[in-house]
Design a protein around this ligand. Structure first.
Ligand SMILES: Nc1ncnc2c1ncn2[C@@H]1O[C@H](COP(=O)(O)OP(=O)(O)OP(=O)(O)O)[C@@H](O)[C@H]1O
Ligand SMILES: [Mg+2]
Length: 392
């Protein structure tokens, strides 16, 4: 494909630099919008389903901006415990709370002259939302325990997979902050809305995976690609990549036909009522499915971990917003549960959390979802029960 080598338009040039693949009208528009807004300092709100590429878009905006040589600081608002979120964002002065042995810069100071990416902005507590609005409006803030204002020159990029208007209506998100952040709204389309991109993505992911892992692969038939293009992909690009990699590993060099794809898709979306449900499966077949499902989960965790590690390596500052030193001061200390009835309830809770963390390979996001807790509550409980060694 000559266009891969010689971009003949602006959006293709952007595409080559930032790795947002696709030829659909939706992707072309997305890349054009990125290019337009990247040149300005305007705040951007990125929305879209999980796995659609919101973080990739945020990184692309920074990479195409005049700020690109300065840091892009990513903050996962859902993962920072409420008690330390303001000190994380704005920094603190010496002695502002027990354990604040020296002054410390927050993310806003670290992002000076660069960009700040507030991921999962919908998870920010209301009190912090007020302070954030002030920074957006005045470009200055105070460190926790500080008396003078600190100036900051940052570009705001925020993302969420929540319906923020709905959160505003429910009183969980401040309307004024919503309008400020929403100066430009970029909606990243779900994969099923641009299914013509799927074969391109599949080929690229397969190519990369085979090259990186030195394994044989016989390729996909046209009808196999078409079957993938017609699937719903609730987990979007992240899921597509995982399925492609799983097929390459498990089919060991075979030429992959449509029937194989159907089998993997049924496993990948076992709960999806919109998909044809396989009837009367043999025991062996069911066992194989179960095994593949477990493998898929493990694979997906490994992929997420790899992504996290790569990002950490590339980051100018550790991206994981968790700071154990602060958390220890701020949160309830790890202690054995109290005696009596409470202790058995607490023990049960501890065990449930431990099992969920084990099951999901330490992924707090997935464990929280399975337990019906918010990520932040889970972090607090992990700390409370002293379940260490699983920080992401
Ligand atoms: N257009 C694209 N071309 C190639 N790879 C993509 C594209 N969009 C996303 N990806 C890849 O898909 C994966 C998920 O993307 P990303 O983490 O940006 O999604 P997200 O929308 O932030 O998901 P979540 O809501 O779960 O945080 C990443 O590996 C990313 O590199
Ligand atoms: Mg994301």
């Amino acid at each position: 494909m000559s266009t891969d080598l010689a971009p003949n338009s602006r959006w293709q040039e952007v595409q080559q630099q930032v790795g947002i693949l696709g030829r659909s009208e939706a992707i072309r528009r997305l890349l054009e919008t990125i290019e337009q807004v990247a040149q300005t300092d305007i705040s951007v709100l990125i929305t879209g389903e999980s796995g659609t590429g919101k973080e990739l878009v945020a990184r692309a905006i920074h990479a195409r901006s005049r700020r690109r040589l300065n840091p892009l600081i990513t903050v996962n608002c859902g993962a920072i415990p409420e008690g330390i979120i303001e000190s994380e964002l704005f920094g603190h002065e010496k002695g502002s709370f027990t354990g604040a042995i020296g002054p410390r810069k927050g993310y806003f100071e670290l992002a000076d002259k660069g960009s700040i990416f507030l991921d999962e902005i919908g998870e920010l507590p209301l009190t912090t939302q007020v302070k954030l609005l002030r920074v957006l409006e005045s470009r200055e803030f105070m460190r926790v325990g500080g008396v003078t204002s600190v100036q900051t020159d940052v570009r705001f990029i925020a993302a969420t997979n929540k319906q923020l208007e709905e959160e505003v209506r429910r009183g969980n998100f401040r309307e004024d902050l919503f309008y400020r952040l929403n100066a430009v709204h970029i909606r990243v389309p779900a994969l099923r809305e641009r299914s013509e991109d799927i074969p391109i993505l599949v080929r690229k992911f397969a190519q990369e995976f085979v090259r990186e892992n030195h394994i044989d692969f016989g390729g996909f038939s046209e009808s196999a690609l078409a079957a993938m293009a017609h699937a719903r992909w609730p987990g979007n690009i992240r899921e597509l990549r995982n399925v492609v990699e799983k097929i390459i590993v498990l089919e060991r060099g075979a030429y992959v036909e449509e029937a194989t794809i159907r089998r993997y898709l049924n496993i990948s979306h076992p709960m999806d009522p919109a998909l044809p449900v396989p009837l009367k499966r043999g025991r062996e077949e069911s066992e194989r499915d179960l095994l593949l499902r477990v493998l898929l989960e493990i694979k997906s965790e490994i992929a997420q971990l790899r992504e996290l590690l790569l990002r950490r390596q590339a980051a100018p500052y550790p991206l994981a917003p968790w700071r154990e030193d602060l958390a220890e001061e701020y949160l309830e200390p790890a202690q054995p549960p109290a005696d009596g009835e409470h202790s058995s309830v607490a023990e049960m809770e501890r065990e449930l959390i431990q099992n969920a963390l084990l099951k999901f390979g330490g992924s707090k996001r997935r464990a929280a979802r399975a337990l019906g807790l918010s990520e932040r509550t889970l972090y607090r409980k992990i700390e409370k029960y002293g379940l260490k060694g699983t920080h992401e």
